[in-house]
Design a protein around this ligand. Structure first.
Ligand code: GLV
Ligand code: GLV
Length: 321
């Protein structure tokens, strides 16, 4: 019997390919850094037993049909899995797995990089120095938001939201969060207080999003909610782009109805809503949340372990369905 095929949709760090080869699978690797494109995926997926996907690849009924009955596992190289039609996978008896936990710290660190950069206008300052226009220290130059004593509002307090909240300890911030569940760790360790979203928004100096993308969270931050933020507040998104109505956000930033924003994710990723790139008060990163070397290696190992478990008839360590 020939080896079962595992299709990997992108070049990934070690050890996923090595572990899957050792386990006896035939690897079909889309050997590139950019997304393979829908046609390529549809052409290469037939007959695969396992599929390793990135968050940019849509896994839906069409792709499952193209794969055929051999497919038993879709292992997403990400913690978020809004790119996957989980119900369709369940109906097709395909297990779905993700990579929770291992990227929590890296993503929380990046959220803080954005908080500090947006609050203290780090990128604007860098541009000024490089421009040759800088005339020296000035009392009113690039004044930003002081974090000490400011209020951090976490929208969602799961693993990553909690890690962002705990990191505020060194900055002497008040922490508020909105979540369906009480978060004892945040309440006990940083004195965080739980509030309904519509009370949290006007109270926050830094509003940071940590909810998964679901039908309920799509455009959670819309024009009406942006209008209720403080004019001095900053908005940080390391979750998923469509949680914010990006067109409304561009307007709010342009009219300085909020002070600044820091984004790692975009509504129409990798495309930007017109106007966003021109705004000096937006710090824009290319979806780097989990992009720390050690984290990406752990994600790679996790993905392989999930594929191997399912294809060996065992329960995967990180099941979604
Ligand atoms: C990254 O955005 C992830 O979901 O892992
Ligand atoms: C600033 O550089 C200061 O010395 O106050």
């Amino acid at each position: 019997m020939s080896a079962e095929k595992v299709l990997i949709t992108r070049r990934v760090p070690p050890p996923a390919v090595e572990l899957l080869r050792e386990a006896g699978f035939a690897i079909d690797l889309c050997d590139q850094d950019d997304p393979p494109g829908r046609e390529t995926l549809l052409a290469r997926v037939p007959g695969a037993a396992g599929l390793v996907t990135m968050l940019s690849e849509r896994v839906d009924g069409e792709l499952l049909k193209a794969a055929g009955p051999s497919l038993r596992v879709v292992a997403n190289f990400a913690v978020g899995y809004d790119n996957i039609d989980v119900a369709a996978c369940t109906a097709a008896k395909v297990r779905v797995t993700n990579t929770p936990g291992v990227l929590t710290d890296a993503t929380a660190d990046l959220a803080w990089a954005l908080i500090l950069a947006a609050a203290r206008r780090v990128v604007e300052g860098d541009r000024l120095v490089r421009s040759g226009q800088w005339t020296g220290w000035a009392p009113l130059q690039l004044l930003g938001l002081q974090l000490t004593g400011a209020t951090l509002g976490l929208v969602g307090a799961g693993r990553i939201g909690t890690a962002v909240g705990l990191r505020s300890m060194g900055f002497g911030m008040r922490v508020l969060y909105s979540d369906d569940q009480v978060n004892r760790e945040l309440e006990q360790r940083v004195g965080a207080q739980r509030l309904p979203l519509d009370q949290l928004i006007p109270a926050a100096d830094v509003l940071s999003l940590h909810v998964p993308l679901t039908p309920q969270t799509r455009h959670l931050i819309n024009a009406a909610r942006l209008a209720r933020m403080k004019a001095t507040a900053i908005l940080i998104n390391t979750a998923r782009g469509p949680v914010i109505d990006e067109a409304a956000l561009v307007e709010a930033l342009r009219q300085r109805r909020i002070a600044a924003a820091g984004f790692d994710v975009y509504e129409h990723e990798p495309r930007l809503t017109p106007g966003l790139a021109e705004l000096p008060n937006a710090v824009l990163l290319p979806h780097l949340g989990s992009a720390a070397t050690a984290t990406r290696q752990k994600m790679s190992q996790m993905v392989a372990e999930n594929v191997i478990a399912v294809l060996s008839g065992r329960e995967p360590p990180n099941p979604v369905n």
